[in-house]
Ligand binder design. Sequence first.
Ligand code: C2E
Ligand code: CA
Ligand code: CA
Length: 549
Amino acid sequence: MDNNRRAKLDSYFKAFSVLSDGNYVFICDMQEDVSRWSKSAVDYFDLPDEYMQNAGSIWEEHIHPDDREKYRSDIAALFAGSSEGHVLQYRARARDGNYVACTCKGTVLKNENGEPEYFGGSIKNHGLLSYIDTVTGLRSMYGFLDDVKSICWNYQVSNIILLGISSFSQINDMYGYNFGNSVLRELGNTIVKNFGSKCSFYRMDGPKFAVITNKLSTDELDEIYREFKISITQNFYVDGEKIIISMNAGLVTVDNFSLSSDTIVSCLKYAYYESKERKLGEMFRFQNRINDDNKHYIEKINMIRTSVIEGCKGFFLCYQPIINAENEELKGMEALLRWHNDEYGIVPPDQFIPVLEQDALFPKLGNWILKQAMLDGKVIVDKYPDFIVNVNISYAQLQHKHFLTNLFHLLNETGFPSKNLCLELTERCRLLDIDMLKSLFSKIKMGGIKVALDDFGTGFSSIGVLRVLDIDTIKVDREYVKNIEQSETDKNTVKCISNLAGTFSADICVEGVETSNMRDILKGYDVRSYQGYYYSKPIRFEDFKKKYL
Ligand code: C2E
Ligand code: CA
Ligand code: CA
């Protein structure tokens, strides 16, 4: 590094130090990838030197393995110029081998050409991981994760419940933060009182709590929860104020001890959201989702998670043709995910996507799907420039802050033209903040990418989504055409949706076309494309090429 750049690095370091408020300071010359860090950080974390080449990778070694993925993707976005700064929490390993909780705040300084030149900021050391939540006095999420691990080590069959309230942010908005804390404290107390001494209790993130027990059965817990839910809905007072809250709860029974604690947490979150979104807060037992023949469901999820970690091993895509209704020619294809394993055979996506959606791993799988579909699609697009490749995107993927960066990066990397890509979203995306959704949409559309609304009619507010978002294609769910041969209602529904689509200048694609007779009926309506077993089931890419190229 030349002297000028070194001097500049040092002067930035000084400037940041003045503002650091006692936190560690770092400054990185992004062009040379040379950094200077506070001496106190070097000592505390046992780093090689105050000046370090490639400090990002050195620091990554100190970050807790569970927090690395997030750290890595944030740093990559900063260096790629797609992010201007970050605030990140992670655990970092100190000299003595223990982890401390840290908050890192950093910002990018650009040169006159607008390229990232320096990345600097501060790291706050919150001290040793706290196993006690300061608001409620209960064990914290770190305590929870440790205890789940020890359940597995000790082979203790246990029931775990994740429970919480729906509208905590409104309580905070209405009464203020301090009162919000009182609500959490009181809620914690009430949970402890109701579930009793046979359980351990934890404060999780936000307004969520966890209960672990190896002494109460699921039926007993169900009963306790039911009574608790009724009483708390009717009688919950904080500082003399009656608070209206609605509870949700998800339950997972741990009776297999080779599961990772992350798998257990994913299943708990899934059960919690099922309770919240579909069961009006009634306790949802994870095992309920499947029938008896699927007793090993959690193990399967555990294996699938491991496959994602191991570079999406065992996953593959099948493709189903999308047919132009006018001339019955091939118009495009939809990518549909499968997972294969010797023990379980080929597993369809319905069995694992809903559980993995809440998982921090999902974006990794989502990117793999996008990339694979682009690589395969490119082979066809090179020959047929109007060919469209549809890829399903889960709402949790959209929520991820690097979704767009990754998407455009993948288009670049694979050379797949954005105009040939269509993202299929479901109405679940309405769960996202509407302003965020609009801004995402405008960037997707500006990039030339098409958007389809999948499973139209199965959700709550289909028209709401259509009104605010610029959708190219509406995909009519199979449910609405299944009986079209006999049912006048189904015919009218398709007619109605096609009128509606016209109003929003969207095309219609009908799914689940299984017979020529169904197709003939659909010809009477303004349907632009068909998809269904009549044309082809989803098939592997090799077979797709043989059949259509
Ligand atoms: P979807 O997007 O509505 O996909 C259509 C599903 O209907 C596919 O099931 C397909 O095999 C099936 N299907 C197509 N034509 C017919 C027909 O004529 N008759 C019948 N009975 N079924 C037909 P599959 O592949 O099991 O996918 C199920 C769902 O899983 C998909 O529903 C989609 O919501 C989700 N999914 C699949 N792949 C992905 C993916 O890569 N990412 C995400 N986020 N979700 C995916
Ligand atoms: Ca779809
Ligand atoms: Ca669909």
